[in-house]
Design a protein around this ligand. Sequence first.
Ligand code: ADP
Ligand code: MG
Length: 246
Amino acid sequence: METEIILETLELVKRFGSFTANDRLSLAFRKGEIHALLGENGAGKSTLMNMLSGMLSPDEGQILFRGRPVAFASPREAAREGIGMVHQHFMLIPALTVAENVALGMKQGRSPFFGYKRACAAIRELSDRFGLDVDPEKRVSSLSVGQQQRVEIMKTLFRGADFIILDEPTAVLTPPEVKELFRVLRTLKENGKTIVFISHKLKEIREICDRVSVLRLGKLIGTTDQADTTSADLARMMIGRDIQAP
Ligand code: ADP
Ligand code: MG
């Protein structure tokens, strides 16, 4: 059974000067899937996701979210619609507590500020529901990298995200932390969240993802069901030729 499309890009283009980083990309993400975005360094993965999360504006093309055209002027606007992104480099303030980091910036705009106690309670509730194991009262400087990453995921959930983009999330993690992250991603998926998992690691993609979209040199090579594709096929799509045996 095909589930509904939650987000779609139509011929999306992003240029930096005369360089085309994203060349007419048309992709669709299904509600509740873990969708990998695979590609070598420089393929255009982060650029695409920065457009979906309001960090960059497209030069051409369109983004449809829940069937409606959207244009985000900032990450805050994307967050308001339910799209959150966890960047490769975390954006946390180490001297502050988890709750302070998570509720930071929520005072301005329309969203009512929670108050510290209520923020802590809301974080505990989300932590339990999604198995994040995040303690709102801990100082961020005392946390491991894996825990800090889960605080970043918490930030997106706290703002109501149900489309969550993780940019190369395993690059900074130890193997046990990767296991922990995958457990969290499965729980998010079971709760209907859509996950975009950016990576160039085939093994991880095969383990956690339902479908894979492959980018090469700013172009979409294709989207495949993970179960129907071998690692060799994915590698060939990613680099444009067979990998040499070592
Ligand atoms: P990936 O995430 O797949 O490694 P990126 O989307 O970060 O790739 O980058 C794609 C290409 O666009 C790269 O060649 C990169 O150098 C270029 N690029 C990305 N961001 C900028 C920018 N802000 N200014 C100029 N070039 C950029
Ligand atoms: Mg990148």
